[in-house]
Design a protein around this ligand. Structure first.
Ligand code: ZN
Length: 431
């Protein structure tokens, strides 16, 4: 198959009149088109971009969208998240995931990291999420949570030994899966005991993966970690021996200068969710400082009920604007940097060969309509994509070479049926 758009965004910039050849889920070449070939896909009036990578999400939470919109983190967790996530059976979990993945694909996210914690003491629910991702057609990084704080609902909780065994089983089952990767995810310094965090890190070491952990989302967590473990969150994780290149810390809002330097020195990464941090009133992660310290960063949306959007393009814009507000500096974070954090940098953080259009990269691609009003007038297209583009400008999406959105419609799932099913499931849900 060859895609023939008007423009292609390559690592060297925009190129006109190039064909993107795709074989076995990967980009084989970006070349002059030459003679027409069978399997050519004409994309006149469109530009081709790398698909965006959503570095942090909780897919099932899309079903809770709108239930607790004007609460702080604790109010949202205790009055919305915990009680309503108890209502979801396996079919509900799969439906919530399909719903979130469908919305993400239509907005140009070709990979989703689903930090998944409704385990019910097994892997069957996680498998239902994986099956939903496959059916809808998104690339999935299943960050399988490991949770043992006894204040959380029982279905989240496991012993460190059980959690570690189950994560490893899931990693092994999906090791050769082309569009699914499984990684351990001890929940956070407040949701996972020191033994659980160590267990997650040990699985990552043994299986040569990264691991995900929420860190310092709210100010309370730093105070609590200091009280209970005698150190602030990043220092605490360093003391546990888990702060290193395998770690992807989620949020990292409340870090002091030394913690930022420590993350950089240890090679740790950050999954940054500016929209969610704003929605919950968490605070502002110091992104330019972290980049300067050498922290590798990817953007994420977080769950659909704490944002409440699921667009990585939207997070690029939010990320840049938020730093300008914090630093009172319109040059604080450029469009090019924001775009990189949502594509190439995020993919690298997840150890995926994606996020850029070049030979050998995964064929995860997004086409946008160059005639869309939100992209006019055309001066600097990349800046317009980051700051101005409406989600409706995304026309087509490919994941692993499979066209999953065609001219604005999902090819894999009936949107009408999806909406009918989730409407029936959430009928009568009120706070
Ligand atoms: Zn999260």
């Amino acid at each position: 198959m060859r895609l023939l758009p008007d423009l292609v965004l390559t690592p060297d910039g925009w190129q006109a009149g190039r064909a993107v050849a795709v074989t076995d889920g990967r980009i084989a070449a970006v070349q002059a088109p030459g003679e027409p070939q069978r399997g050519d896909v004409a994309l006149a009036g469109r530009a081709l971009l790398p698909g965006t990578v959503n570095s942090h999400c909780h897919a099932f939470q899309s079903l809770l969208r709108g239930l607790g919109d004007d609460l702080d983190f604790m109010g949202w967790r205790d009055r919305v998240l915990y009680p309503f996530s108890e209502r979801l059976d396996r079919a509900g979990i799969a439906l919530g995931a399909a719903f979130a993945f469908a919305e993400m694909l239509k907005q140009g996210a070709t990979t989703c990291v689903d930090f998944f914690y409704l385990q019910d003491s097994g892997n069957e629910n996680a498998e239902a999420v994986i099956e939903a991702a496959r059916a809808v057609g998104i690339r999935l990084v299943l960050a399988r949570a490991m949770y043992d704080w006894d204040g959380a609902p029982k279905r989240y909780r496991e012993t460190p030994a059980d959690a570690a065994r189950r994560v490893r089983e899931l990693i092994v089952v999906h090791r050769h899966d082309e569009t699914v990767t499984v990684q351990p995810a001890p929940h956070s310094p407040h949701g996972a005991s020191p033994a659980m965090i160590r267990a997650g890190w040990e699985v990552a070491e043994a299986e040569n993966t990264i691991f995900h952990i929420h860190v310092a989302e709210g100010r309370y967590e730093g105070e609590r970690t200091l009280r209970e473990h005698g150190a602030t969150p990043i220092r605490y994780l360093d003391r546990l021996g888990v702060l290193g290149p395998r770690m992807v810390g989620v949020h990292c809002v409340w870090l002091d200068d030394e913690e930022i330097a420590l993350m950089g020195a240890r090679g740790a990464g950050l999954a940054y969710c500016p929209g969610s941090n704003m929605f919950l009133g968490d605070g502002i992660t110091r992104v330019p400082e972290m980049l300067r310290a050498g922290v590798r960063i990817g953007l994420g949306t977080d769950g659909g009920c704490t944002n409440n959007r699921l667009s990585v393009f939207d997070e690029m814009r939010t990320c840049s604007l938020l730093q300008r507000v914090r630093l009172l500096d319109g040059t604080a974070l450029s469009a090019g940097t924001a775009f990189d954090l949502g594509t190439r940098s995020a993919a690298a953080l997840m150890r995926l060969e994606a996020g850029a259009i070049g030979p050998g990269q995964l064929a995860d691609l997004v086409a946008i309509d160059l005639a869309h009003l939100s992209l006019q007038p055309r001066h600097d297209l990349l800046k317009s994509v980051v700051y101005a583009m409406s989600p409706e400008a995304v026309t087509d999406v490919w994941v692993h070479g499979r066209r999953v959105v065609e001219q604005g419609r999902l090819t894999t799932t009936s949107e009408e049926e999806l909406v009918a099913r989730l409407t029936a499931l959430t009928k009568g849900w009120t706070m």
